[in-house]
Design a protein around this ligand. Structure first.
Ligand SMILES: Cc1cc2nc3c(=O)[nH]c(=O)nc-3n(C[C@H](O)[C@H](O)[C@H](O)COP(=O)(O)OP(=O)(O)OC[C@H]3O[C@@H](n4cnc5c(N)ncnc54)[C@H](O)[C@@H]3O)c2cc1C
Length: 379
């Protein structure tokens, strides 16, 4: 077993860490406060080649592996969890399925500009009546000549207001249920496509989360991703990969919380000594560090399996389950270690606490992760 990173993995990690420290850390709290999507910073990330890390070089990506990509998500999320999910949704949920299922024409037209970061991607599956039960998606796609006409709405779409290209799960055969779902590549300029209301969120406030509306939206048949009826499989596959990215995001958030907690514990004096000298504080730090390390090893294992063409769904679910719950505990401990100051917006732990919370919900809730893990073990 080799725990060493390759040169390319280490370089990607270093590059992301430097960008994160220098460009994101100083502004993350302000972006959160304003709820502002940082377009210029995304463009800078693209300039560093970080928006298409695992996309094959042939299509304009970095040609690196999932390990390198997820290490980058962790580093970026350590400073700015909003940027972490922007990167993760773009890469895992839009680039990855296009890479896997797109025709060469689709890859040339849609994947190449996404991989370079010139354009931003999103995956739209959730509907008001279809959240965990994605197979119940009802946004309708009716064939009309050489087009499909899409009608319906999607909710909670990451990058919704800023994406140029959105993969949309739609029903081409209502009677067939989840087997009648098909994935489409929709451009933001498509007639009948519009961005609905933005969500006002507890955390990851500098990321875009919006409703998307499809009103007689015409999509050329050439923009169907995969075959009719294969959309559900494509979507679930994207989520499997996405969960590794969210696990990495969660570890990044948890690490940020741990780091500020340790710094504060060394500095804050009570009873004439730093609170870091009290065993109660040390145990919180020890538990947090142990859980985050375990979570990192789990997401790296899932990434490694994906890179080696092995099944990784259960391992990705384990990684997301542990990492998201560990990040929430890390942020909670960071608040506790900061005492009353931790409860104020002046100090970082409350942002990490809010940011960590979503990682237990999106791309499958913790309950769903347990279902996936148990399902895999018991079959
Ligand atoms: C900030 C944000 C960003 C998002 N980004 C995207 C995106 O980019 N694309 C996209 O398509 N979606 C996105 N989502 C949607 C997200 O994936 C869903 O919110 C999530 O999957 C849960 O669905 P739901 O909200 O409808 O909850 P529900 O499915 O209604 O679940 C409610 C509760 O019931 C539980 N539950 C449901 N079914 C079961 C069951 N069978 N057994 C046990 N418990 C169950 C759930 O675990 C949860 O606790 C995003 C959501 C948010 C908040």
């Amino acid at each position: 077993m080799d725990f060493n990173l390759t040169d390319e993995e280490r370089m990607t990690q270093d590059c992301s860490r430097e960008f994160s420290e220098k460009r994101l850390k100083p502004v993350a709290a302000d972006l959160d406060k304003k709820g502002e999507f940082p377009s210029e910073l995304v463009a800078e990330l693209a300039g560093l080649g970080l928006m298409g890390i695992p996309v094959p070089e042939q299509w304009g990506g970095g040609g690196l592996n999932t390990v390198a990509y997820t290490l980058a998500v962790e580093e970026i999320s350590r400073s700015c969890a909003s940027m972490g999910v922007t990167l993760s949704a773009h890469t895992s949920l839009a680039c990855d399925p296009l890479s896997k299922y797109g025709t060469d024409e689709q890859k040339e037209r849609f994947l190449r500009p996404l991989a370079s970061g010139k354009k931003l991607g999103a995956l739209a599956m959730t509907e008001p009546g279809a959240g965990t039960d994605l197979g119940a998606a009802s946004l309708a796609a009716a064939k009309d000549g050489d087009c499909y006409v899409l009608n319906g709405a999607k909710v909670f779409i990451t990058n919704g207001s800023v994406a140029d290209v959105v993969l949309v799960l739609a029903s081409t055969d209502k009677a067939a249920g989840s087997k009648g779902l098909t994935m489409f590549i929709v451009e933001k300029c498509a007639p009948g496509f519009s961005v609905g209301r933005p969500e006002h969120k507890l955390g990851i406030r500098a990321s875009s989360t919006t409703e998307l509306i499809f009103s007689d939206c015409r999509v050329p048949a050439a923009q169907r991703l995969g075959d009719e009826g294969h959309g559900f499989r494509i979507g679930l596959g994207a989520l499997d990969g996405g969960r590794i990215g969210i696990a990495a995001q969660a570890v990044g958030i948890g690490r940020a919380a741990l780091e500020v907690a340790m710094a504060y514990a060394k500095e804050r004096q009570q009873f004439g000594k730093p609170i870091a000298t009290f065993q109660a504080i040390q145990w919180m730090i020890a538990d947090t560090a142990t859980e985050l390390d375990a979570a990192r090893l789990l997401y790296l294992r899932a990434a490694w399996l994906k890179d080696h063409g092995a099944r990784f769904g259960v391992e990705a679910a384990m990684a997301k389950l542990l990492a998201s719950e560990a990040a929430s505990r890390a942020a909670d401990h960071a608040i506790q270690i900061h005492g009353g100051y931790g409860f104020t917006t002046e100090y970082a732990p409350e942002r990490h606490y809010r940011d960590a919370r979503i990682t237990r919900i999106y791309e499958g809730t913790s309950e769903v992760m347990r279902m996936v893990i148990a399902g895999g073990l018991l079959k």
